[in-house]
Write a protein that binds this ligand. Structure first.
Ligand code: IMP
Length: 183
């Protein structure tokens, strides 16, 4: 499919599943090298990371633990940075190597909040692995963002876990918004 319609928006193809898989395999190889003889805790940020997390973890060979967290809140196409709460964060991260897995880092405000909560537990290291990064949208810089699948322009994207108003997460490929909102 070259384009899809979700509610008021038309989206056109940006990254095909095949490209995503190839990049994911490379990131997994890099992680296996970097975390050799360690046993990190992977923490996926729901809902958006569910497909990337599953595909990435199937490629990773190291011994590791896996968990998910959920943060509120994000509406429509604009990040408001109004993070309220974090659910499901493991409480045993002290002295652990933590790898946060995100679908996308946009303004970075969600990540700011998540990292703040994780550092409270004094882990031995924290790294972030994100499938997508919008460098132009970033409002904070994070040296923890060591693994990036693709840098993309400051456009709204959907598919492969990412949604528009709750829809489109199940699309295999990633699409970018073509038309502006018509209201
Ligand atoms: P940030 O706090 O601005 O970095 O936004 C992070 C969260 O906003 C991501 O985990 C996504 O859930 C959501 N988000 C940001 N940009 C997009 C996008 O282009 N499409 C879909 N969701 C997005």
């Amino acid at each position: 499919m070259n384009s899809v319609r979700i509610e008021d928006k038309i989206f056109e193809i940006l990254l095909e599943n095949d490209q995503i898989s190839k990049r994911t395999r490379l990131i997994a190889i890099q992680l296996d090298v970097d975390y050799e003889s360690r046993c990190p805790v992977f923490i996926g940020v729901l809902n958006g990371s569910f497909l990337f997390m599953a595909d990435l973890l199937k490629e990773v060979k190291m011994s590791c633990e896996v968990g998910f967290i959920k943060v509120s809140s994000y509406n429509g196409t604009e990040s408001n940075g109004n993070i309220k709460e974090i659910f499901g964060l493991p409480e045993n991260l002290h002295n652990r190597d933590v790898i946060v897995v995100e679908d996308i880092v946009d303004t970075g405000l969600t990540l700011d909040y998540i990292l703040g909560e994780i550092y409270k537990q004094k882990p031995s290291s924290v790294a972030v692995c994100t499938l997508l990064l919008k460098p132009e949208a970033l409002r904070t810089s994070h040296e923890e963002v060591e693994y990036v699948g693709f840098e993309i322009a400051n456009e709204f994207v959907v598919g492969y876990g990412l949604d528009y108003n709750g829809l489109g997460r199940n699309l295999k490929d990633i699409y970018r918004a073509k038309s502006l909102e018509s209201h």
